[in-house]
Ligand binder design. Structure first.
Ligand code: FAD
Length: 451
């Protein structure tokens, strides 16, 4: 039985769903608002430099299906394998390994002592049973102590999240904020940097075409099913079918950001509608800088926690990811600047301001820039405010009950997913839909995941 399936959004999630469902013989139509596919995983070539458009992207996964699928996608071109070399720029010329607590011995002695004492005091307080605070600002002090909070975690996260950290919850932390055992921190403090975060210690990256090469290959068998430049305006349940901008379908797979759905999904109940419109996110402008190769450090990416380092919170040395990412003798940096509301300044003046910050930090000579460009990503990070979980559960509880409507993807479910997890969730949803599609209708199998 062939079903008619509309997919809203041609990012990695929508494209993977399209490929899997079309592979089963279903009539798939992918509507993508932009004039190119790929969502946050797009890349751009400027004067021979290849840049990713939503900050540095790497291929790393714990999911065996995704790993095998990536291998299948690149039979003709071996992926470039790199060791992760990340640093925090603590002070001019003072590089500290990441994670910070595993490298306290690399700090100036006074800061090392403040951080180590804080870690020990926090540990003792927790041992005495002090409960974990619900907000991120105080959670950091509770978990890592005052020194680590002051010298890295608070300034870095304020720069990234653009808020007072007491407004943020802690549900997103597990697996994302490294959790160093006390013995490792003390060993590091004595000058032996410990291995803190083996996760992503080796990663892969496409040799040509930037990170975008992945979804471009995903989309190859379904290129004729993608409608570019079509922003889905209205999705409405009509009888047993779904009407998507005037066309009829049996199923809708939506990767549209949950906070936009109240404008698109007809007859949405008021509770979920209000909850969806109160979800929050952060945008990101990526600054794309082509430079002389002599200014390229041997790092994968560098965290810039302090205001004197300019507006960027992180830079990626993307020319280190693949030799094809920059012309011979040249190198490239991408700088990330997040925002809440009004986009960061992507004009020439804004690009120069970012470059000047990097210059102050000793990371480049702004006079030697050979390319500057910028790209705005209006939705980059989910913002975990204190009410996040209840709002998201209200919205997903409603959407997951709609027959034939499937919310999936980073913003489509408000999951803090990297693209590998998006592909894994597409494998999961496809497996769950298969039975119902073969039966010609009815509820799909199993429950969707949340988190
Ligand atoms: C700074 C940063 C670094 C990251 N690093 C990595 C990394 O190293 N490795 C990794 O694997 N992942 C990384 N990610 C995550 C990765 O970018 C996302 O997981 C992935 O792009 C999500 O795919 P998606 O299809 O769910 O959403 P998106 O990529 O956001 O795509 C959604 C698509 O839907 C379209 N759309 C929206 N509304 C409509 C509408 N109404 N009608 C039609 N189309 C619509 C959009 O135009 C977009 O193309 C990173 C993300 C960020 C922000």
């Amino acid at each position: 039985m062939s079903a008619r399936i509309a997919i809203a959004g041609g990012g990695p999630t929508g494209l993977m769903m399209g490929r899997l469902l079309a592979g089963d013989g279903h009539e798939v139509t992918i509507f993508e608002a932009a004039h190119e596919i790929g969502g946050l995983c797009r890349s751009r070539t400027v004067d021979g430099f290849v840049f990713d458009l939503a900050g540095g992207h790497i291929m790393f996964t714990k999911d065996a299906r995704v790993q095998a699928f990536w291998d299948e996608l690149f039979p003709d071109e071996p992926l470039v394998v790199s060791e992760r070399h990340t640093r925090i720029l603590h002070d001019r010329g003072c590089w500290v390994s990441y994670p910070f607590e595993n490298a306290l011995g690399e700090l100036p002695l006074e800061h090392n002592l403040e951080c180590t004492e804080g870690v020990v005091r926090a540990h003792l307080r927790r041992e005495r049973g002090e409960p974990a605070p619900h907000d991120f600002e105080n959670w950091v002090r509770w978990k890592m102590g005052d020194g680590v909070a002051q010298h890295f975690m608070h300034p870095y996260n304020r720069k990234l999240w653009k808020c007072d950290l007491t407004q943020m919850g802690t549900v997103w932390i597990a697996g994302r904020v490294p959790d160093a055992p006390l013995a490792d921190v003390l060993t590091a403090s004595l000058g032996h940097t410990t291995e803190g975060y083996t996760h992503q210690s080796v990663f892969r990256y496409p040799r040509t075409g930037g990170f975008a090469a992945i979804h471009e290959r995903i989309a190859r068998p379904i290129a004729d099913r993608v409608v570019l430049g079509h922003r889905v305006q209205r999705i409405e349940r009509v009888g047993d079918e779904w009407d998507v901008d005037g066309q009829r379908f049996d199923h809708v797979v939506s990767t549209i950001p949950l906070h936009s759905l109240p404008r698109v999904l007809a007859d949405m109940e008021s509770g979920p509608r209000q909850a969806a419109s109160k979800l929050r996110w952060r945008g990101l402008v990526s600054y794309l800088l082509g430079i002389d190769a002599e200014h390229v450090q041997p790092f994968s990416w560098v965290y810039l926690p302090h205001a004197w380092q300019g507006p960027a919170n992180r830079i990626t040395y993307i020319s280190n990811y693949s030799p094809e990412n920059a012309p011979t003798g040249k190198g490239s940096i991408m700088a990330e600047v997040t925002y809440d509301g009004t986009p960061a300044d992507a004009s020439k003046a804004g690009r120069l301001e970012v470059a000047r910050g990097l210059e102050r930090a000793g990371l480049l000579d702004a006079e030697r820039l050979v390319v500057t460009d910028a790209h705005d990503n209006p939705h980059a990070y989910i913002f975990y405010d204190l009410e996040f979980e209840s709002k998201r559960d209200t919205v997903l509880g409603y959407l997951d009950g709609l027959p034939g409507f499937h919310a999936i993807g980073r913003f489509g479910r408000y999951d803090y997913h990297n693209s590998d997890q998006c592909l894994a969730s597409a494998f999961d949803l496809h497996a769950r839909m298969r039975g119902a599609l073969a039966r010609g209708g009815g509820p799909i199998d199993g429950a969707p995941s949340r988190g």
